[in-house]
Design a protein around this ligand. Structure first.
Ligand code: PMP
Length: 308
């Protein structure tokens, strides 16, 4: 199924009416920020469940604050709008929801304050983000992650995704599936659009939120699930590049990528070179939780087609 509608300039309209001018500020200066939310189709229940909607909306609003945006929509209004939009679309398959806030003024001049901010939202059916989710071949990028003092990575800021695009294209053009990006100090930050976990000596390790990462909702989910269900705590600390070469397991996580095992880094096998036991457990648990199959975590699943 195709996208039929968008929330645009305050109302839901047919998608072909959701258009901006070539003069739009955000088009020129990257002065926009966005969210990326998944809704999962649960076949048994014939229900579409949005995963951690409240957390995604909160982070979206955090990103707007970084860009000095004044979006007049409350979290409740945004969540009601997303539900209304999805009900209009009527998707019965896994779906991706993209809210975007942008500087809408039609003018030249780089700044953030005193501008008109608009919010638009659309949804589209969405499957896998990386083909080889069971074992991706990745490299360490020659690009460095944008620094917090350049463009804050903790917000999903449109302009900063040029950094991600440089990383991703370099990796794909060199025959890899993805890349791991180092920060300005040479420590591991994250993937082009996903967070990273390493397993060393039976423990989970992930870069801290001060390592120029996006404060991922999947990252937080995995830390919570690993602690509560597998009894594995996560250490948040700096990771050196060569730890990637000697660790036992490595995986990406994110709304788009979900949980994707890494088979090789710079052509060196990670552990056995196959998806490891802890990654497998986390991945299976994650898919059950997002689909609404685990009672304990049902508060994270917002049903689209009926009231909770
Ligand atoms: N890092 C970056 C740069 C991303 O774009 C994403 C995707 N939103 C993530 C990490 C993962 O974040 P989340 O789990 O909140 O989707």
């Amino acid at each position: 199924m195709q996208t039929k509608y968008a929330f645009f300039e305050g109302k839901i309209v047919p998608i072909d009416q959701a258009k901006v001018s070539v003069m739009t500020h955000a088009m020129h200066y990257g002065t926009a920020c966005f969210g990326g939310i998944r809704a999962y189709w649960n076949e048994e229940e014939e229900q579409l469940y949005i995963f951690r909607l409240q957390e995604h909306i909160a982070r979206f609003l955090t990103s707007t604050r970084l860009l000095l945006m004044d979006v007049s929509h409350s979290p409740e209004k945004l969540s009601a709008t997303i539900l209304e939009l999805l009900r209009c679309e009527g998707f019965r398959e896994d779906t991706y929801v993209r809210p975007l806030a942008y500087k809408a003024d039609l003018r030249i001049g780089v700044k953030l304050h005193g501008m008109t901010d608009e919010v638009t939202i659309f949804a589209t059916p969405f499957g896998r983000y990386i083909d080889k989710e069971e074992g991706a071949d990745v490299c360490v990028s020659t690009w460095r992650r944008v620094d917090d003092n350049a463009i804050p990575a903790r917000g999903k800021i449109a302009g900063a995704y040029v950094n991600s695009a440089l990383v991703k294209s370099e990796a794909l053009m060199d025959g890899y599936d993805e890349a791991i990006v180092l920060d300005q100090h040479g420590h591991v930050s994250e993937g082009s659009a996903e967070n990273l976990f390493m397993v060393r000596n039976g423990k989970l390790v992930t870069p801290a939120i001060t390592s120029n990462i996006l404060e991922g909702i999947t990252r937080r989910t995995i830390m919570e699930l690993a602690a509560a269900e597998l009894g594995i705590e996560t250490e948040e600390r700096e990771i050196d590049r060569t730890e990637l070469y000697v660790c036992d397991e490595l995986f990406f996580c994110g709304t788009g990528v979900q949980v994707a095992a890494i088979a090789t880094v710079d052509r060196r096998p990670v552990g056995s070179g196959k998806i490891g036991p802890i990654t497998t457990q986390i991945r299976d648990l994650y898919f059950d939780v997002v689909k609404g199959r685990v009672e304990k975590y049902r508060a994270w699943n917002t049903p689209v087609y009926t009231e909770a």
